[in-house]
Design a protein around this ligand. Sequence first.
Ligand code: AMP
Ligand code: GLY
Length: 443
Amino acid sequence: MSIYSTSSQSLSRLENILIIGNGGRENSLAWAIQKNEFVKKVYLIPGNAGSERINKCERINIDIKNRNDLVEKLNLLKIDLILIGPEIPLAEGLADFLREKDFKVFGPGKDGAKLEYSKSWAKEFMQDANIPTAKFWKVNSLEKAKEIIHSSSYPLVVKADGLASGKGVFIPDSKNECLRAAELIFNGKFGNSGDVVVLEEKIQGPEVSVFALCDGKKYILLPSAQDHKRLNEKDKGPNTGGMGAYSPAPLLTEDYLKTIIKEIIEPTINELNQKNIDYKGVIYFGLMITKSGPKVIEYNCRFGDPECQTIMPLMDQNFVFLLEKCAMGKLTGYEKINTSNKVSGCVIATSKGYPYEYKTGFPIKIGKIDSTDCQIFDSGTCFNENRELLTAGGRVLSIVCQDKDFDLVFEKAYKNLKEINFDGIYFRNDIGHQVRRNFSKEN
Ligand code: AMP
Ligand code: GLY
């Protein structure tokens, strides 16, 4: 058995849970939460077709923007705990609103979500707290951006300040490309999200995602994960939301973790407190392990996707108690997470054309799946009028497996992927190449 034990008591009634969101991430959270014996129902607003395959889950068709209807419905359903999955409702203050209505909510308020929805604010936040990150310039005009790009002695990364569904970051290869990226953003490619541009020193090193469940003052870390952001094998091609992941990431040694806790995680939580931000939710630290140590690439105010799908199967049934404690501000600081002694890996199947234009509506055929320690979390699917499963997004399915080592994990994931088909299916064959001993033999 690898680790530890959480307190296995709920602090309050925990029968009806609500998850807001419609992706693979939310389905994996629902799947992990329904394992708890006290939980009777997990509602998803809106969820997707795959949510309907998960035990105890039910989808609710209601527009979360219609806040009064939402509250009425949640009261009717006697919702005990709410999780908000995606960044947009968090940035719009949905958690604040629901807390004001006396619901227990796992998810930061608008002030905390700013860590994600304003990259320049997050960079200034890190500067204030002396948290290691790439050098940056916040610019309000194309002229200013040009000045900095021309005078910079090192390569730069160009980012739209606001939310852009993971598409607002450009990693140019030349000054010309850099200028073009700044032009695109200032010319409105991302609407208001591009009113401000952040230019950053381009840093190098492997990336790792670390998740801290936070109750406002205290926190507990989930197993780390490594995402694969690029579309194509050998980490080539455009950035995507994530093509696969594995957990835990062996790259994150005890020593690195100690440094990350001391230099990054604790200073982040202290700085939130300093700024009177009561952060009840997950802080996603996107880190790069550079030659001069770990640095923060970005913060997100939500679980990563596909990291969440990868980590959730490692949680035991007490996981929901941790979420509840965070929502109530009641972590003791002594909780431990019960993970299984297995490792986990996830491969994402996408629609041809993603992350650019793609078509949807293709039937999904799933053959004989080896379901031992293997889950399929739908990311973008729907049903047609005959209840046939169809593709409905760029990322379509998350195939997740656990086993005692990563070779076995990915062997099983890719064997199962052979049983899955839809028009234009695309996935990377090299997810987890860093940790698969048999990888070079296969290729
Ligand atoms: P972000 O949305 O800020 O996480 O950026 C998306 C991806 O762009 C990251 O996962 C990195 O691979 C890359 N990236 C972002 N900022 C930098 C940087 N300053 N230096 C090098 N790569 C970066
Ligand atoms: N996997 C990257 C993200 O969720 O932003």
